[in-house]
Design a protein around this ligand. Structure first.
Ligand code: CP
Length: 301
């Protein structure tokens, strides 16, 4: 079975560092014909702007062609075709599949029913490993290191898959965490067990202001409306945090504010004009990192 990227655990520390190094080269060199003749499928069963378009741009910049869909209503899934049959069909046409699906485990399942690499572009509240690699790339770019970084993760730590993937990846690099969330959106116990088992320190708070001055990376997240089964529960927490420029007095000089995006009010526009905002460059970095991921999984070492 070819190597896929479904969970961040599918890549060793050495592979993660290799991807970051190649992504740096991709950023420096721009476009190439490395994947001339290859075809990449982008199958998005859930909405996306950055992930889909940056994967497609990454494939195009490497000389590959792209097929796929961003709305299942225009596919035979709307007639009742199974995920298994959809993946088996598409895998006959292309060299690699990038997929996003609302069900946790869907990407792993897809990788088990076909013979080509699969990249998980987000499966429910579970994992978003390509986002994690671009987050690592951005942390390295802004801090000059991955080791000994203090990350304050803010917002929806319960359903935020980017949070779950990132804390697992950072476990290679001796991090310290601050988890800022309301009671309803606290980090699930399984991830705290994971950190405990590796001796990684963390503090929890519900106050956004409390630890703004104690971190190198402020990782803001959106409350994931689409994961709530009860709309009233979402209404209770949707506006829980709003970071404004005036709140950043006294933060560390090296602080950078990251966000996987989209943002829906948790970062005020006036933060964009501070030297701490870095989320637009973070999103751009996704393109270089996804060029490196596609090339690696297609065997270009
Ligand atoms: N960060 C991220 O996954 O954004 P999209 O949902 O727009 O792809």
């Amino acid at each position: 079975m070819p190597k896929s990227l479904i969970s961040i655990h599918d890549f060793s520390k050495e592979e993660i560092l290799h991807i970051l190094s190649v992504a740096r080269e991709m950023e420096a060199t721009g476009s190439s014909k490395l994947l001339d003749g290859k075809v990449v499928a982008c199958l998005f069963f859930e909405p996306s702007t950055r992930t889909r378009l940056s994967f497609e741009t990454a494939a195009n910049r490497l000389g590959a062609r792209v097929i796929g869909f961003s709305d299942v209503a225009n596919t035979s899934i709307s007639k009742g075709e199974s995920l298994k049959d959809t993946i088996k069909m598409v895998s006959n046409y292309v060299d690699i599949i990038v997929m996003r699906h609302p069900l946790e485990g869907a990407a792993r399942y897809a990788s088990e029913v076909c013979d080509i690499p699969v990249v998980n572009a987000g499966d429910g509240a579970n994992q978003h490993p390509s986002q994690t690699l671009l987050d690592l790339y951005t942390i390295l770019e802004t801090q000059g290191r991955l080791e000994n970084v203090t990350i304050n993760m803010v917002g929806d730590l319960k359903y935020g898959r980017t949070v779950h993937s990132l804390l697992q990846a950072m476990s290679h690099f001796n991090p310290e965490f601050i988890f800022t969330a309301p009671e309803e959106l606290k980090l699930p116990q399984e991830y705290k067990h994971f950190l405990d088992s590796r001796g990684i320190p963390y503090r929890e708070t519900s106050s956004l202001q409390e630890h703004l001055g104690d971190c190198d990376i402020l990782y803001m997240t959106r409350v994931q409306q689409e994961r709530f089964s009860d709309p009233m529960e979402y209404e209770k927490v949707k506006d829980v945090y709003r970071l404004e420029a005036a709140m950043l007095n006294g933060v560390r000089d090296n602080l950078k504010i990251l966000h996987p995006l989209p943002r829906v009010g948790e970062i005020a526009d006036d933060v964009d004009d501070t030297p701490y905002a870095y989320f637009y460059k973070q999103a751009e970095n996704g393109m270089y990192v996804r060029m490196a991921i596609i090339a690696y999984l297609l065997g270009y070492k």
